[in-house]
Each structure stands twice: as C-alpha cells, then as structure tokens.
Design a protein around this ligand. Structure first.
Ligand code: FUL
Length: 491
C-alpha cells in the first residue's frame, strides 16, 4: 500500500504537468511529515478491509455450549449439510472482505486433521474422518474473493500438557501447520481468555498460567512473521491491532488508533482499549468483535434473537464509523450453514448500507479551503472526493485549524457525514465541527474528535446548499483524504 501511495502522488504530478489551469509552483511543496506512530503496510491493508467476519464453529455447535470443557467426543462434530460456499457467499453478500475461522477453540477440538493430535475432524463421522473444515473454508474464501484468517485458541482444555512448557511446542507446531498448508492467511487471532479448569487429558483440574510469560508471545509471534509476513495479528494488545475492550461491537468516542501498551499482555491489560491513547507509542488500531446472536456459537434457542438490521447498522456506525474494523460473527448451525434468520438480517442491513452509500452528495460540490499547502493542486481540497484514500487536502505546516467550505449544487438533504484521514501520515486531527448554512449564517450541526481511518457521523436530517468543516484542533497540519455526504433511505 505504501507503493500505491507513492504511485498515486507521482501520477498526480504528471497529470498536473498537462493541466493548464493548475497553479503550478516552481518546486511542488513536499508532503507533510508523518506525525507520531504510523501504520505499517500490513496494517494499512487491514484498515482498508473495514468489515469482515468471524466463524465460530466446533463441537460446541453440537453440544449447545459456548466453552467446551475439552472432553467432548469428536464424534459429536457432525454437520449434516456443510456448505462452505453458502457460508462464504453469505459473508460476501453482506459486504465482508474476509473471514476468520475458529480452527481451534478453547475445547481443543481441531477443525483440520492436525498431525499433532487425534482430537480433531479425523475422529469425526463427518466425511468419514477425511474432512477438513479449514481447507474447505480457505478455498471457498479464495473462490469468492475474500481473505481468510485463523483463530487458534492459546487456551486448550483438552491437551494434557496445557500449562507446561511442552504445550507451547504443540501450539507452535499447530500454528505452523495452519500457516503452511492453507495458502495465504490474512490474520491470526489470539484470544486472551483463560478460565483455568478443563479436561487436560483426563486430569480434570484447574490449571493456572501467568499470561504475561507462559506463552512467550514474542517468539510465537515471530513464527507468524516468518511464515506469513503480510499477516496482521490480533490480541488484546496487538501486535498489529487491538481488542476494543468489549464484545458489543462498540468503539469509544473518541477511538484513537494509537496506544501505550507498555508490557501489557493478552488477557492482562491496563491500557484504554476502548478509546485508545493519545499521544501513543504504538499504532495499534481497534477491532470491534461482536456476534450477530447473543452467543458466539450457534444455539437453536437463539434463532429469534438475531440482531436486527437496525442494530447491525448501529454497530457499523459505532465501529467502522469510529475508525475501527468490524469483525461480525456468523455462527454456522448444525447443518453447517448460516441460518435463514441471520441471512435475512444481513440482507436488509446490506440493502440499507448500499442505498445509503450509493451516491456521495458532495461529489460535484465546489470545495474552498482557508489554506492549501503551497497552493499546490496536489493538496487541493477537491482531493477529498477523488475516491483515492491516499490523496488528500493538506495545509501549510503552520496551519492546523483550517476550514473547508463545501458548496453544493443546490439545497441537498443528508444525514451521514463521512470523513477519512490519510493514514500513512499518522492520526493528526483531534477535533472538528460541521456547520450548515441557513438564513445567512452558519449553524453547527455536528462535532467530533478522532477521525483516523474513517469517521461516520449520523446526524438529524440536514437540508442546506453549503456545509463547512472546521478542524478545531490538530496536533499538526491536517491531511484529510475523504469527505462525503450521504442520505440514509427512508424507513
Ligand atoms: C472470547 C472467547 O472466550 C469466546 O468464546 C469467543 O471466542 C470470543 C471471540 O472471544 O474471549
């Protein structure tokens, strides 16, 4: 993505050379210097995904549990009509750009035929023990153009060696299997949960670990870096993206992409995960994980408790719309399919999002800024509607609180404002206000703080011919990549 960033700037300069109306300066001004910690190329790719899904599927689906004890008979895993294309198709249709499968949840049952344990699909009647859920879903994701990721629970209530050093070798061997046999993996998701008691090879006891030291995370993470360098890793505190601090899908307001993790570890954090921290030592943006149902696994008793399209939209605006990524869990049922009720909610959710974002009502507007960096077209305010998240309106270094007036073709009605910063330059803007022009004066209709990857503000319905964005506080001169006005369809 850094390449893309550089390429688009070069293309722009070349285009300007042929543009007689452009006000060219002798030497085009340099882009603003990046501020604070900035995202790596793999984090930028992840930010671009914005919305992807979780698949919680294992023996729990058949035992009706959320956390299996680890003594489940592998024969319990018996989907009757498993269809990876139906599952991945549902994810794609609702706009997800990837899926993360619980290859192994806390109960230790493996959805792939790991050579390191018999506690897996090898012992399941499903496909006579020859099946591989990880392979089927990885391949279906590729067929449908989605990225594929894995959840490999560090806590293993089945394994006899859990809590001893030997288990770490087992865990890392399994990680290597997943990262070498299934093609590209976009993320590895490290859960911080550990409830202590479990089957543990028949010991049936409580085992405690020190979650700061037991897993030796730096060396486990190094395996992922070596085998899958472009993959991003999740845990409560990264290293690439963080937990948002709740399982309701709601990012803080503000939600900064930076954090001071210190020596926090998964399952043992003091940092402000929900809002992030500013200034922060690390670029560690938030992921909002939430299930479409009350539980993470499928339970028939929750068939009538699927989140409504309105609830899903609210989550979308409070996760993606606060600069985080949304990881929405879709639990396959006992057939091995996404249930009809979930499909119906997702379909309506997507229909509303598509109708909302079909037309940027500011696309044809005239943009006038109080300051443009070096007065160069390269940094002109119209860059905010060129559809390129790596081109941007920027100001001179000395100007950190500029204004942007957006003159629309005529009176226009909208209720969603969409903003984005140019992330390779860091998170720069700290507060902003939005005004509408009415009866010869400006009236403030919305205010906010963090923007980062994306800020969506759902407002009362506004009708006006002129909007003003005021950056009221910024650490350094802002670099705004996108500006949009949208109208949600009438309900
Ligand atoms: C939690 C786990 O304990 C849940 O079972 C689920 O996997 C969720 C995503 O993370 O910590």
């Amino acid at each position: 993505m850094m390449h893309l960033f550089a390429r688009s700037s070069v293309a722009l300069v070349l285009a300007l050379a042929h543009d007689a109306t452009a006000q060219l300066v002798a030497a085009p001004p340099a882009p603003p210097a990046p501020y604070g910690p900035v995202p790596t190329p793999r984090q930028l790719d992840w930010h671009e995904m914005e919305f992807y899904g979780f698949l919680h599927f294992t023996v729990n689906t058949f035992t009706d549990k959320e956390w299996g004890y680890g003594d489940e008979d592998p024969r319990r895993f018996a989907p009757t009509a498993f269809d990876p294309d139906q599952i991945v198709g549902a994810a794609r249709a609702c706009g997800m750009r990837g899926l993360i499968l619980t290859a192994k949840h806390h109960d230790g049952f493996c959805l792939w035929p790991s050579q390191y344990t018999e506690h897996s699909v090898k012992r399941s009647p499903w496909r006579e023990g020859k099946g591989d859920v990880v392979r089927d879903l990885a391949e279906a994701c590729r067929r449908h153009g989605l990225k594929f990721g894995v959840y490999l629970s560090p806590w293993d209530r089945n394994h006899k060696d859990y809590a001893r050093p030997e288990y770490l070798t087992y865990y890392r061997n399994q990680m290597r299997e997943l990262l070498t046999q299934y093609g590209e993996i976009f993320t590895v998701w490290f859960d911080g949960a550990n409830g202590g008691d479990g089957y543990y090879g028949g010991a049936r006891e409580r085992r405690r670990i020190d979650n700061r030291t037991y897993y030796d995370w730096p060396n486990t993470w190094q395996i992922v870096r070596e085998l899958m360098p472009q993959a991003v890793m999740f845990s409560d505190v990264g290293p690439d993206f963080r937990w948002v601090g709740n399982e309701a899908g709601i990012a803080g307001d503000p939600c900064w992409a930076t954090l001071n993790p210190g020596n926090d570890a998964p399952g043992n954090t003091r940092a402000n995960l929900n809002q992030g921290e500013r200034p922060g030592t690390h670029w560690l943006p938030a992921e909002c994980d939430v299930s479409i149902r009350p539980g993470w696994f499928y339970h028939a008793k929750e068939d009538q408790r699927v989140k409504t399209p309105a609830q899903l939209l609210d989550i979308y605006y409070k996760s993606v719309g606060r600069g985080a990524c949304l990881n929405l869990n879709l639990p396959p049922d006992r057939r091995g399919l996404i249930h009809e009720n979930d499909l119906a909610a997702l379909g309506e959710f997507r229909r509303i999002l598509d109708a909302t974002f079909a037309t940027n009502l500011a696309q044809a507007a005239t943009f006038t800024a109080s300051n443009v960096r070096g007065q160069a077209s390269q940094f002109a305010p119209a860059r905010v509607v060129d559809g390129d998240r790596y081109s941007y309106w920027a100001t001179d270094d000395a100007v950190s609180t500029p204004e942007l007036v957006v003159e629309l073709a005529g009176p226009t009605t909208f209720n969603v404002v969409d903003l984005r910063e140019c992330l390779p330059l860091g998170q720069r803007i700290e507060a902003f206000a939005l005004d509408r022009w009415q009866d010869g004066q400006w009236h403030t209709f919305a205010q906010g703080t963090s923007i980062g990857n994306r800020r969506l503000l759902r407002t009362d319905s506004v009708t006006t011919a002129k909007v003003r964005l005021r950056i009221t506080q910024a650490a350094v001169s802002p670099a705004l990549a996108e500006f949009g006005l949208y109208a949600e369809p009438a309900r």
